[in-house]
Design a protein. Structure first.
Length: 252
C-alpha cells in the first residue's frame, strides 16, 4: 500500500541541483511548469530528471489575458500545447477539451492571478486552489484559504520556486497515493485528503523574501517586450507552431 506522498506541485527551475535539493527535503514528486516554454520541451526535460526516487511531472502555467492583467492557470495532463496570451475563456475551454487537471496558483495575487470572481465563474473545471507559496504575503494566504473554503474547493501549497533554493520549502502531502502522474492527477481531481506543509524559521523567511524580490524581474517591461509583443516567443499564440489554431482567442 502506498504511504505518504509529498509533492511540490509548482516549480519553475529544474536541473541536477534542484533534484538533489528536492530529494534531500523528502519530496517524492515535482510539477515542472516553466514560463514561456512549449509542452514538448517541458516533457522532455521532465523525463530527463525523473528517476526511481523523484517523479517530475510536466505542467503548463498558461498566461491568459494580456501582460498587464495576466491570469495564471496551472494545467497538468495536457495532450497538446496551449499558448500564453489567449483569453481566459479560451484557455479554460481548451483545458476542458483536453481533460486537463486545472489548478489555480496564487489566487487574487497582484495582477497575475485569477481574481475571486473568476475562480467562482470557473469553479466547476477547477481542481484546486493554492493557499500557500513563498511569494505570498500572510494576507494573500488568508484570502486564498477563505476563497477555497467559501467555494468548497480543495487546496494545495507549492514552493512556486523560481530560485533553486526554494524547491521543497512548501509541499502538499497526500495519503495512500502512488508516485505516478495519473495517480497524482486523480488525487487532485477527486479532492483526496491532503495536508499543505512547509518549512519554518528564519531560513524559510529569507527564502520567501528572495522569491518575493524576484517579482521585480517577473513584472518588468523589458520582459514584456520580449515575450508578449515580439510574436516570436515559443508560447506566443501567433507563433507558427500553433498553425493559427488560437488566432480567434489571441490577445496579441
Amino acid at each position: 500500500m502506498p504511504g505518504e506522498l509529498r509533492i511540490d506541485p509548482h516549480v519553475k527551475v529544474l536541473d541536477d541541483r534542484v533534484v538533489r535539493r528536492a530529494k534531500s527535503r523528502g519530496i517524492d514528486a515535482l510539477v515542472y511548469a516553466p514560463h514561456f516554454t512549449r509542452l514538448p520541451d517541458i516533457r522532455q526535460r521532465a523525463a530527463r530528471f525523473t528517476d526511481d526516487d523523484l517523479l517530475v511531472i510536466p505542467g503548463r502555467e498558461v498566461f491568459a489575458g494580456d501582460w498587464r492583467h495576466r491570469k495564471h492557470v496551472l494545467a497538468l495532463g495536457l495532450t497538446d500545447a496551449v499558448p500564453d496570451f489567449i483569453t481566459l475563456e479560451g484557455a479554460m475551454a481548451e483545458f476542458a477539451d483536453q481533460g486537463a487537471t486545472v489548478l489555480v496558483p496564487h489566487p487574487g495575487f497582484m495582477t497575475v492571478s485569477l481574481d475571486p470572481d473568476e475562480v467562482r465563474r470557473y469553479r466547476e473545471p477547477i481542481h484546486g486552489v493554492e493557499v500557500y507559496n513563498p511569494k505570498h504575503l500572510p494576507s494573500h494566504n488568508r484570502a486564498a484559504e477563505t476563497l477555497a473554503a467559501d467555494l468548497d474547493l480543495p487546496v494545495f501549497g507549492s514552493s512556486y520556486a523560481h530560485l533553486r533554493g526554494t524547491v521543497g520549502e512548501v509541499w502538499t502531502t497526500f495519503e495512500g497515493v502512488d508516485a505516478a502522474e495519473d495517480a497524482i492527477r486523480e488525487a487532485f481531481e477527486s479532492g483526496c485528503p491532503r495536508r499543505v506543509e512547509r518549512r519554518t524559521g528564519r531560513r524559510h523567511e529569507l527564502r520567501c523574501a528572495a522569491e518575493f524580490a524576484h517579482l521585480v524581474y517577473e513584472n518588468s517591461w523589458s520582459k514584456l517586450d520580449r515575450v508578449a509583443l515580439s510574436g516570436t516567443e515559443a508560447t506566443h499564440p501567433r507563433h507558427p507552431a500553433y498553425e493559427g489554431r488560437f488566432d480567434d482567442v489571441a490577445v496579441y
